[in-house]
Ligand binder design. Structure first.
Ligand code: HPA
Length: 272
């Protein structure tokens, strides 16, 4: 695994010359338009990067984009890898590890999620303050790569408290009406039954989705501070549950996109 990470990193470094990304950003379902705000310097197709997985979902196009967002140097994953696509967890987090090896200081992750908290509405943003992993495995199973991080990484504070409070401050200033809450990750790809939604709410989750937690675990393992935010694309509380159609999820995500872009951009600008 480590030689593969090094090969991918070296290849990327050759392509991007002297460019040094300070922030890594993972764009979730329907949130790819943030890329339009980036002064792009380099765009690499995943398929050209050695050992990089290639995205199989049409709603996720696969590119690693380097440039400036809000005046800061970023690397953006346009398209991410999901466990339900059949990748191993190591493949799912491979790009996160590569971005760390490229020298990013912080990681920002977005996703689309179902709302379990009855106070939420479709197209709300939810800053993730904690998570529950209900996916059947995680990227740290197996021999520990001690050059990346410890065997038993602490998980008592996976989401960077400074970035959370800065995000809430930005939200207040711009009236973005951002929620906070616990994200639960499920394997997917099927959505949940009504009984499952009820269960997920009961165990303490505010939003449910099929991504993010593996990436966050890999980042925490590497001591990389993480910020994560969900767009609530459908409501999953009794009385509000509708048949989920991918287009509705994409539409709800698109509606939240301006707020998401503003939040991520200002958050990056505020980092020391
Ligand atoms: N469940 C799981 N994943 C999701 C959902 C959902 O309701 N909405 C968007 N991603």
């Amino acid at each position: 695994m480590l030689p593969h990470l090094q090969e991918a990193t070296t290849y990327i470094q050759q392509q991007i010359e002297q460019f040094q990304p300070d922030f890594g950003i993972v764009l979730g379902t329907g949130l790819g338009a943030l890329v339009q705000d980036i002064a792009v310097q380099y765009a690499l197709d995943y398929q050209d990067i050695p050992h990089f997985p290639v995205s199989t979902v049409e709603s996720h196009s696969g590119k690693l984009i380097f440039g400036q967002l809000g005046g800061r140097n970023v690397v953006v994953m346009q398209g991410r890898f999901h466990y339900y696509e059949g990748y191993t967890m190591e493949q799912v987090v491979f790009p996160i590890r590569v971005m760390k090896m490229l020298g990013i200081q912080k990681l920002l992750v977005s996703n689309a999620a179902g709302g379990l908290n009855p106070q939420f509405n479709t197209s709300d943003l939810m800053v993730i303050t904690d998570h529950i992993n209900l996916q059947p495995t995680n990227p740290l199973i197996g021999k520990n790569l001690s050059t990346l991080g410890p065997r038993f990484p602490d998980m008592s504070e996976p989401y960077d408290p400074d970035m959370i409070s800065q995000a809430l401050d930005i939200s207040e200033r711009h009236n973005l009406n951002v929620q906070t809450g616990v994200y639960v990750s499920v394997p997917g790809p099927m959505l949940e039954t009504k009984a499952e939604y009820k269960y997920l709410g009961l165990i303490g989750a505010d939003a449910v989705g099929m991504s993010t937690v593996p990436e966050v675990i890999a980042a925490v393992h590497m001591n990389l501070p993480v910020f994560a935010v969900s767009v609530i694309t459908d409501m999953c509380v009794p009385g509000k549950i509708k048949k989920v159609i991918l287009q509705d999820i994409l539409d709800a995500a698109a509606q939240a996109e301006p707020n998401m872009t503003l939040l991520i951009k200002e958050l990056i600008q505020r980092q020391p």
